[in-house]
Design a protein around this ligand. Structure first.
Ligand code: PEP
Ligand code: MG
Length: 586
């Protein structure tokens, strides 16, 4: 079905907000046939050398890409490619392949392809989308190495005409990294997600990106003009002149808005009426700390420590962990750092451990439950954190607490571990409790007496309260943080935090959506922790909020019966207070 005459619209998942107008370009990389050859004895060593050269050339390409990304300021993307460089040193991809070429006398391409397939089988067995997504990095490396082994297969992004809107079934992280933001207007793919490395690179580079778009209705032989609205996840094909003009204007407004926000980095996160908010960052990798400093974050409100398993996929020893945490502490330059212990288990396979076969892994042996079962992993991590944190403002945070008993148990383990180092409980590390399960919210009064701070993880709190799997694409429209039940739980937690005189942070994704800022402050949240990139936009929202108005808005939202009423209230207030925000006022 060809839609070459009329404007029509497709929808997908918005990954990187932003607007682009351009011509459609379909990026199709043909995989090519991989030859399978038995080598003559004197060709075997030649193939080993050919393979080594392909690896070295791939490493050189990646390093070159990294310096290009660094000059563009896309630091998160540099880190992602670091993990690819480490994978290229993995014996599975280096010595093992050389040994196999020698043993089997098969050509490098076919041995390499077989190794990648083995990797794929391992990753296919993992159900967690984040961990499964890491396979994309391996595919990315594999494609690059294969292109060097099999020169005819190289497909270049440089052939894409400048300003194109690139449609591709999928896009790898390094392809996204190679993409020049001035040359490619936007990316549209059939698959992908916000936690994917490709998504993180797109956000780091500021390239509008919409994923999960069905290509079924597109006739790729047509020369479509396309508008991508990465704010809403909308793709408009064959737009009218009027529509194009509207989006061109929006694009200009957006560019000047972004420039304007940069000047906020040195200003404080303070409301119109002088209420100081702590605005911190959620980080997964140590390089992101540079962004926390650049954007003027108070500190790190959530370090998701399980990310240190990548890219090697093994649990580091105490000494290795100590070095990782110490490097992070030093990079923080005296700013506060909250290290969340490993949020693992359930469907997140732990390297070297045989996981339980569970029917409902998200309701199973996850996070604190897993660590209490595998106490040596917890104790090793705690020893490393405690040692790295001596003399620095470091706190430890426990995810997915659902009962007082389990919290008291981990608290005792922390204090016992400190005793090993001669640290008295009075001088002990600050201990935080994540509130991600409704039962924990309901007993927040008891928990508040036993911990130093509470941290609300709304990503999970919404999942467990509404009984909606946060990764279920079919239920995505029902996964709704504006549900009044969630607001009531947040209010309950902040009130109990107040009573217990301990601070309450919110570190779920809603903290990074400026439409929620006023509501969250009004509900009594004192600290917001967001991905570093979002610090300026949330600071801007805070600086346009009056705390009195925020409390009034929260009271009205708490009386609402439906999510729609809450959304109308918060969007309306946001439009009135921050009318010039073209990213979120859509
Ligand atoms: C949360 O659940 O809100 C949270 C911040 O933790 P994560 O997203 O890592 O589960
Ligand atoms: Mg969580």
């Amino acid at each position: 079905m060809a839609y070459d005459a009329q404007e029509f619209c497709l929808r997908g998942t918005p990954i990187c907000r932003g607007i682009a107008v351009g011509r459609l370009y379909f990026f199709d990389r043909k995989e090519g046939v991989v030859p399978d050859i038995t080598l003559s004895p004197h060709d075997v060593e030649k193939d080993v050398i050919r393979f080594r050269e392909a690896l070295n050339n791939s490493k050189r390409d990646i390093k070159h890409l990294q310096s290009q990304l660094e000059s563009e300021g896309a630091l998160e993307a540099v880190v992602i490619l670091d993990s690819q460089l480490i994978m290229l040193e993995d014996p599975l991809l280096t010595t093992n392949i050389e040994v196999t070429i020698r043993e089997t006398k098969k050509n490098a391409e076919s041995v390499f392809r077989a190794a990648i397939r083995k990797y794929q089988e391992k990753f296919d067995a993992i159900s967690d989308p984040f961990f499964r997504d890491r396979f994309k990095d391996i595919q990315d490396i594999s494609r690059r190495v294969m292109e060097y082994l099999n020169k005819g297969a190289r497909v270049s992004l440089h052939d894409i005409p400048p300003g194109s809107i690139v449609f591709a079934p999928d896009f790898t992280p390094s392809e996204m990294a190679e993409t020049k933001s001035i040359a490619v207007g936007a990316i549209v793919t059939e698959v992908g997600g916000t936690t994917s490395h490709t998504g993180i690179v797109a956000i780091a580079k500021g390239i509008p990106y919409v994923a999960n778009v069905s290509f079924e209705l597109i006739d790729f032989s047509q020369e479509y003009v396309v508008i991508v609205d990465g704010r809403k996840g909308e793709i408009i094909l064959n737009p009218t002149v009027k529509t194009i003009e509207k989006y061109e204007r929006l694009k200009i407004h957006l560019q000047s808005q972004m420039k304007g926000l940069e000047r906020l980095c040195t200003l404080s996160a303070e409301t119109i009426d002088g209420y100081q908010v702590r605005l911190s960052a959620n980080i997964e990798m140590s390089h992101q700390i540079d962004l926390v400093h650049r954007y003027g974050g108070h500190g790190v409100g959530l370090f998701r420590s399980e990310y240190i398993f990548f890219p090697k996929n093994v649990i580091p020893s105490e000494e290795e962990q100590y070095r990782i945490y110490k490097r992070i502490v030093d990079r923080m330059k005296g700013r506060s750092l909250v290290i969340r212990v490993f949020d693992l288990g359930g469907d997140k396979a732990v390297p070297g451990y045989s996981m339980l076969k569970e029917g409902n892994p998200f309701l199973g042996c996850r996070a604190i439950r897993f660590l209490l079962r595998e106490k040596e992993i917890l104790k090793t991590q705690l020893r490393a954190v405690i040692r790295a944190g001596i003399g620095a403002p470091v706190s430890v945070l426990f995810p997915m607490v659902s009962t007082m008993t389990e919290f008291l148990e981990v608290k005792k383990i922390v204090r016992d571990t400190e005793e090993e180092f001669g640290i008295s409980p009075k001088k002990g590390i600050r201990i935080g409790c994540m509130i991600e399960v409704p039962s924990a919210a309901i007993i927040a009064d008891h928990l508040a007496k036993e911990c130093d701070f509470l941290s609300i993880g709304t990503n999970d709190l919404v999942q467990y309260s509404l009984a909606i799997d946060r990764g279920n694409q079919y239920m995505a429209s029902r996964y709704d943080p504006t549900n009044p039940s969630i607001l009531r739980l947040i209010k309950l937690i902040t009130s109990e935090g107040d009573q217990g005189q301990i601070p309450v942070t919110l570190c779920g994704e809603i903290a990074a959506d400026p439409r929620f800022t006023m509501l969250l402050l009004g509900l009594g949240v004192q600290e917001l922790s967001v991905a570093p990139r979002y610090i300026p936009i949330i600071k801007h929202a805070i600086r346009n909020t009056s705390i009195l108005e925020a409390v009034d808005l929260a009271e009205r939202a708490l009386c609402s019966a439906t999510s729609q009423e809450v959304m109308d209230l918060i969007s309306g207030a946001y439009k009135r207070n921050v009318p010039e925000d073209y990213l979120y006022n859509c």
